[in-house]
Design a protein around this ligand. Structure first.
Ligand code: TRP
Length: 375
């Protein structure tokens, strides 16, 4: 092994970071995701999955079909899974923590209701895992402020906050995310496209750590190179045909009741053509509702459209309402039970936190050893 002190850190990565959401890079990641899926089906034991959400509101159907269902599938395929409730990320771009306690427990109730199983999946919160957060310190020594300012996701999140100045936490949040991923040495991160720059940053941090601080076991770096797993899942849009997002008021939450769901779908945007067809390019709102019905029933959206025929927006909405309410009925029933027992939810979270702490402490011990800081 070469003397780590003598290795200079090569900065060839600025371009990779800026390019991580380009079309070519996206296609490569998609192709690689398909290969990884095939490997998981053959042997799930080579993977450790880590992902998470920031608890800023209740999870909705866009989350469910876009990523949550995929996590349950991966867990059920036998992959060891870590799921972070990213409570510290909440304060990257707002004052105060808001109703954080309710939101964290609400998110946990959503997770458990959809089938994430705490016996197989570790669910924990940022703020409860000191070792994870301490990794941020050595990791910050490995990045420059220029590359953080170039990160497209940081830029987008800054723009979304209007006139707010960039906080130190928002600027460094990709490095915090590297700590989220690397504290448990995850090698696979199911995310949406918008998070790809953070994964590139995570790989850069892992590589530079190896170059600059070296190894404990000469045969392998302290940290793996984590890969993205882009889900094949379809994007479900909001009830107005634009991205489903709480701030736009176009969401159906996983935990909403059947009546609220019916009311919201009744107000959904359609168009004036009474003959229902599946045509995403020309009829985005109608097609999105058909896709939602398709995801809930397992039927083809074209076949659903044919069955509705000249039934118009009214016929379409009736069918979608039934499909959504039927599909989510058992999940919602479980969620009601879970939400009624916050003591149980806290207990589950504490057990997840305890396990995350064991794993994080072991990683931090290795980091200190690599850095020659064991006293
Ligand atoms: N940044 C992610 C989001 O805004 C949430 C998140 C935090 C995350 N840490 C993570 C996702 C680690 C994947 C891996 O949605």
């Amino acid at each position: 092994m070469s003397d780590p002190q003598s290795v200079t850190v090569t900065d060839t990565t600025g371009d990779d970071l800026a390019q991580s959401t380009s079309d070519a890079s996206l296609r490569r990641t998609e192709a690689r995701s398909a290969e990884i899926e095939a490997q998981i089906a053959k042997d799930p034991s080579g993977f450790r999955v880590m992902t998470g959400d920031r608890p800023t509101g209740n999870l909705h159907l866009g989350h469910y079909f876009g990523s949550l269902a995929n996590r349950v599938r991966i867990q059920d395929a036998g992959v060891e899974t870590y799921i972070l409730i990213a409570d510290y990320q909440v304060i990257t771009d707002r004052d105060g923590t808001g109703p954080i306690h309710e939101r964290v427990l609400g998110m946990l109730a959503d997770y458990l209701a959809i089938g994430l199983d705490p016996a197989r999946t570790t669910i924990y919160a940022h703020s409860a895992v000191p070792a994870l957060n301490q990794l941020l310190l050595p990791f910050l020594s490995l990045v420059t402020d220029a590359e953080l300012r170039r990160n497209p996701t940081v830029k987008a999140e800054l723009d979304a906050t209007g006139d707010r100045p960039m906080s130190g936490l928002l600027l460094t949040y990709p490095v915090h995310q590297a700590a989220d991923i690397l504290f448990c040495k995850a090698n696979l991160v199911p995310v949406g496209k918008d998070q790809l720059p953070h994964l590139e940053q995570t790989r850069v941090v892992a590589r530079r750590f190896d170059e600059r601080y070296g190894r404990v076991d000469p045969a392998r770096p302290v940290f793996p190179q984590a890969e993205a797993l882009l889900s094949k899942a379809s994007t479900v849009l909001g009830l107005d045909g634009t991205k489903m997002s709480k701030t736009k008021g176009n969401v159906i939450e996983i935990g909403m009741d059947a009546d609220t769901t019916a009311k919201l779908i009744r107000k959904a945007v359609t168009d004036s053509d009474r003959h229902i067809t599946y045509d995403p390019a020309n009829r985005p709102e109608v097609s999105n509702l058909l896709m939602l019905a398709s995801l809930c029933t397992g039927r083809d959206p074209v076949e659903i459209a044919d069955a509705i025929g000249d039934g118009g927006g009214g016929g379409l909405k009736k069918l979608v309402t039934e499909a959504v309410n039927e599909f989510f009925a058992p999940i919602r029933a479980r969620r009601v039970e879970l939400a009624a027992d916050p003591g149980h939810l806290l207990d589950v979270l504490r057990r997840g936190n305890a396990h995350a702490n064991e794993v994080g402490d072991a990683t931090l011990a290795e980091v200190r050893a690599a850095m020659n800081m064991v006293y």
